[in-house]
Design a protein. Structure first.
Ligand code: CU
Length: 457
């Protein structure tokens, strides 16, 4: 054995380290450049915009202070007031966080990390070669590997427990719908079962290499096959899965069964990018609809020749009385959407041409849920609201597709519903003079405005 391979390995380690340092050095230069640029932007904002030279980065636009810039993605999504409010009023704030410089630094750090791993591997080779040169192993890995495994196991299991405890703050509060209790029970059971299995298997995975670590005085026992063991570790998981799946199917069948007779129907209509709700009027029946009737004036394609549609109310908020069953009848105009109500533990696809439905009984009013969230320390709990979200990536403004839901007492609900005017009636009302209409105070909710939007659409 000559020293040649050892020296060549050391040379490789040296070269990789040098490359890493060389790559890391410009990172600091870039930072300095970014700082200078930030200072420039600050000066720009303090009223010296006119004196500044043109932006150095291609495509970057220097903005006058307080300039009202319209971004293409900011266009109102389907006329939903709530959705429009949710748009970040200062899109620039997000741009400052990222940027090409930021990602370049990330990439350089990533490459340096890879090179560091390369250095460690090469060092390992060097240690091996040193052992060959000296004729004696430099490190007894048979002794150290099992110990490192035990340390890793303790760190890994501790990190798992910490993460579970830390992130549990993001868990949803108790279900606001009756059927949700069953879903939560299933979720908890499954999670606990998996956790127990996880801790047992992870302990075994790391402890056994330690227990049966290399010992020159012992000889390994050749143990190829055991039918009994095979049966045990096949049958136990099979039974566990069968129990979980049967329980899940039972709950699923119960919540997807046809709604009990007399359940109040509300039609929920999804489109790119928003929602509308249609309440049956005093006749408690929704009028017919047909996609061929969808046009600029009839967004939902309601068949106005059907007398049952004349008292239907199209709204842009979903109001529900507490402790009363409601059946959502879903329709989609354009692409597949998904009606997602996390607090009610409900989600179902909304598919064009394939009506779907989901019935539930809300049990916690909006104001009660605000109190629950307040106790959990949620920020802005006093102005929190239920929403139905779209949970199917359906296009560019999907992220903004939601409709406010209000769960209230029966008396509050009746008051709200009585204040709504049938869409057909308001459509056929003579147009009020424009100027005085503008000066009238806004209604308590957005429904009146919605009718206007429905007409304009
Ligand atoms: Cu959608």
């Amino acid at each position: 054995m000559t020293l040649k391979p050892l020296l060549s390995r050391l040379l490789v380690v040296l070269m990789i380290s040098m490359a890493g340092i060389a790559l890391a050095a410009p990172t600091q230069k870039h930072d300095a450049k970014a700082d200078a640029k930030a200072a420039k932007t600050e000066a720009n904002e303090s009223g010296k915009a006119m004196e500044m030279p043109k932006a150095e980065v291609p495509g970057e636009v220097l903005l006058a202070p307080g300039a009202d810039v319209k971004f293409p993605d900011e266009s109102p999504s389907g006329g939903s007031d709530v959705a429009t409010e949710a748009v970040d009023p200062n899109p620039n704030s997000k741009k400052e966080e990222g940027g090409p410089m930021h990602s370049a630094i990330k990439w350089i750090l990533f490459i340096v990390l890879i090179l560091f791993v390369g250095v460690l591997l090469q060092l390992n080779n060097v240690i091996g070669l040193l052992g060959e040169v000296s004729g004696k192993a430099a490190v007894n890995w048979g002794k150290w590997n099992p110990r490192i495994m035990l340390i890793f196991m303790l760190g890994f299991l501790f990190a798992t427990i910490w993460e579970m405890d830390h992130d549990s703050q993001w868990f949803l509060p108790e279900s606001a719908a009756e059927h949700g209790k069953d879903i939560d029970y299933m979720f908890d059971m499954t999670t606990w079962f998996i956790l127990i299995v996880f801790f047992i298997t992870q302990f075994a995975l790391f402890y056994f290499p330690y227990k049966y670590r290399h010992n020159p005085e012992k000889r390994a026992y050749f143990y190829a096959h055991n039918d009994k063991l095979e049966i045990i570790w096949t049958v136990i998981p099979a039974i566990a899965l069968a129990v979980m799946i049967t329980g899940g199917l039972k709950v699923w069948n119960a919540i997807t069964a046809p709604p009990p007779p007399g359940t109040q129907n509300i039609e929920v209509y999804a489109f790119q990018f928003g929602w509308k709700a249609r309440y049956p009027g005093v006749d408690k029946e929704l009028g017919k609809h047909n996609f061929r009737l969808i046009n600029g004036e009839n967004d939902l394609g309601v068949d106005w020749t059907d007398g049952k549609s004349h008292d239907d109310i199209i709204t842009q908020e979903i109001h529900l009385p507490v402790n009363v069953l409601v059946n959502f009848k879903y329709r989609a105009k354009d692409v597949i959407h998904s009606a997602y109500m996390p607090y009610f533990r409900s989600q179902i696809n909304v598919v064009p041409g394939v009506p779907t439905n989901f019935w539930l009984k809300p049990t916690i009013t909006t104001s009660e849920m605000r109190e629950i969230l307040q106790k959990k320390g949620r920020k802005n709990a006093a102005v929190w609201d239920y929403y139905m979200f779209c949970n199917k990536i359906c296009g560019s403004a999907h992220y903004n597709m939601k409709i406010k839901m209000v769960v209230e007492t029966q008396a509050e609900y009746d008051k709200w519903l009585n204040a709504q005017k049938a869409t057909y009636v308001s459509m056929n009302e003579p147009e009020a003079p424009a100027a005085p209409a503008e000066t009238t105070p806004a209604p308590a909710d957005s429904t009146k405005k919605d009718k206007k939007i429905a007409l304009l659409n």
